[in-house]
Design a protein around this ligand. Structure first.
Ligand code: TRP
Length: 449
């Protein structure tokens, strides 16, 4: 097949686009609270270990599959081996299901951004009042639905503009803005009274808080944060040029993603300690505790607007990547026009995410195995499909894919050196599958620690 396929512009584009997918709510909203629940500093060390041992090899494996085949995630695995094409289908289905709840949380960030502009968010110091605000908002029958729908349409606009004009340009613009805003906020948070204590919490390892669960949390977080095992990176790498260095791109993406997570924690923990909130207060850390903090700051409304804009941008570059997995699949495998593909994906994810949003309030009684729609989408993707996808990808690339093919991709056909190629193969063949199998069985509740 010699069909001309779009590619991304330069070296920087590959990094920014892939980092745009990786950096998302996972870094800014999820990482700090998971780290907080697991004792701070020690979690950070274990997390970095997981990123290097599991994240980096699987990211490289996905890059190699995507760039070699130049196809969407389903087509990529299918063209390499019919028998393994289920990895592609698993990834496309999981991308769809993740979008179902990711759009809802993204909608909340949009509402918080808009409300910050009118000064609504940063006015109450009490976290009890802010909890009530958050609850009344998420349980409202129509507001979150409207914001979710707006977010879906925003994503659609970028996808409809295409790979170069939409995805590449938006990432190039949004990623640097995100960095600047995070750094400014971190400086502000650290210089608040008590801020340094937050830094100490984040950087002093306390191994007494470490349990087996800490390792599992760290692995799950590493996968989610790097956008691996759901076809996103396969799809994006399929737009890389033959000259792109997969090794350099992967190292940069891992570095940027980890940096953003650490920076986000450097905003949140100093702020949390400064106003005396527990760092272990869970998923609500961003939506409930931060508004209490902004209200104690001069120009609090402006800070909260800036912060939630940051979340909106981070979420948007990630929803774009998940949407693209499905759009590219329909476009290439079902031979639909890109326009029609994008609309189909938008319509289907709109229905699913509206249902997920309603399931927190009006439709809360509708349960699948005891969970409402929102929670079951989160559960099945994070606990089943993500580790399963990673497991199969590492097995496939480690054992089934020709070693010379992997080597050619990683070294650009011998142009680049890869001194650690042997290590990569060992990690993909043995280390990743064993650890992932453990996570998978644990998440399914087949054993307890
Ligand atoms: N990595 C993104 C985040 O940190 C979310 C995301 C985008 C993702 N694409 C993915 C997670 C693919 C898993 C798989 O928020």
């Amino acid at each position: 097949m010699t069909k001309e396929r779009v590619t991304l512009g330069g070296k920087l584009s590959a990094v920014l686009v892939a980092a745009g997918s990786a950096v998302g709510l996972g870094n800014i909203w999820r990482f700090p609270y998971i780290a907080g629940e697991n004792g701070g500093g020690a979690f950070l060390l274990i997390y970095i270990g997981c990123i290097l041992l599991l994240g980096l090899p699987i990211l490289l494996a996905e890059f190699a599959v995507g760039r070699h085949t130049h196809r969407n995630s389903v087509g990529a695995f299918k063209s390499l081996s019919k028998g393994w094409s289920f990895i592609g289908y698993n990834s496309a289905l999981a991308a769809f299901l993740i979008l179902g709840f990711y759009f809802v949380v993204s909608g909340w960030t949009l509402e918080y951004f808009i409300k910050s502009l009118s000064g609504d968010i940063a006015q109450y110091t009490s976290s009890a009042v802010n909890t009530e605000l958050f609850r009344s908002f998420t349980l409202n029958p129509w507001r979150p639905v409207v914001y979710t729908a707006i977010f879906v349409l925003l994503t659609h606009v970028v996808i409809a503009l295409g790979v170069q004009k939409g995805i590449e340009r938006s990432s190039k613009l949004m990623m640097p803005v995100l960095f600047i805003v995070l750094i400014v906020l971190a400086v502000r948070a650290i210089t608040m009274p008590g801020g340094l204590e937050g830094l100490r919490f984040l950087f002093t390892p306390d191994f007494s808080k470490v349990s087996a669960k800490t390792f599992l949390d760290a692995m799950g977080q590493a996968f989610f944060s790097l956008s691996i095992s759901l076809g996103c990176m396969v799809t994006y790498a399929s737009y890389f040029t033959r000259k792109t260095s997969l090794q350099a791109t992967a190292l940069n993406v891992v570095g940027l993603d980890t940096l953003v997570a650490v920076l986000a924690a450097m905003v949140i923990f100093p702020a949390v300690f400064s106003v005396g909130i527990e760092p272990t207060s869970g998923p609500s850390l961003v939506f409930i505790t931060l508004p209490s903090i902004f209200s104690t700051m001069p120009f609090g409304a402006a800070w909260s607007a800036v912060f939630f804009l940051l979340l909106v941008l981070a979420a948007l570059t990630s929803t774009i990547s998940l949407h693209e997995v499905l759009t590219a699949y329909l476009h290439e495998e079902w031979h639909m026009s890109r326009r029609a593909s994008a609309w189909c994906v938008t319509a289907a994810t709109m229905l699913l995410s509206v249902a997920a949003s309603l399931s927190l309030g009006a439709w809360n009684d509708f349960r699948i195995f005891g969970l409402n729609i929102f929670d079951s989408l989160d559960f099945v993707t994070a606990n089943v499909m993500l580790p399963l996808g990673g497991l199969c990808t590492s097995l496939f690339v480690g054992w089934r894919l020709k070693r010379s093919l992997l080597h050619d991709e990683i070294t650009n056909h011998g142009e680049l050196r890869c001194r650690l190629f042997g290590v990569l193969v060992v990690l993909l063949r043995y280390v990743c599958p064993v650890l992932l199998l453990l996570i998978f069985l644990y998440n399914l509740g087949l054993f307890r620690l």
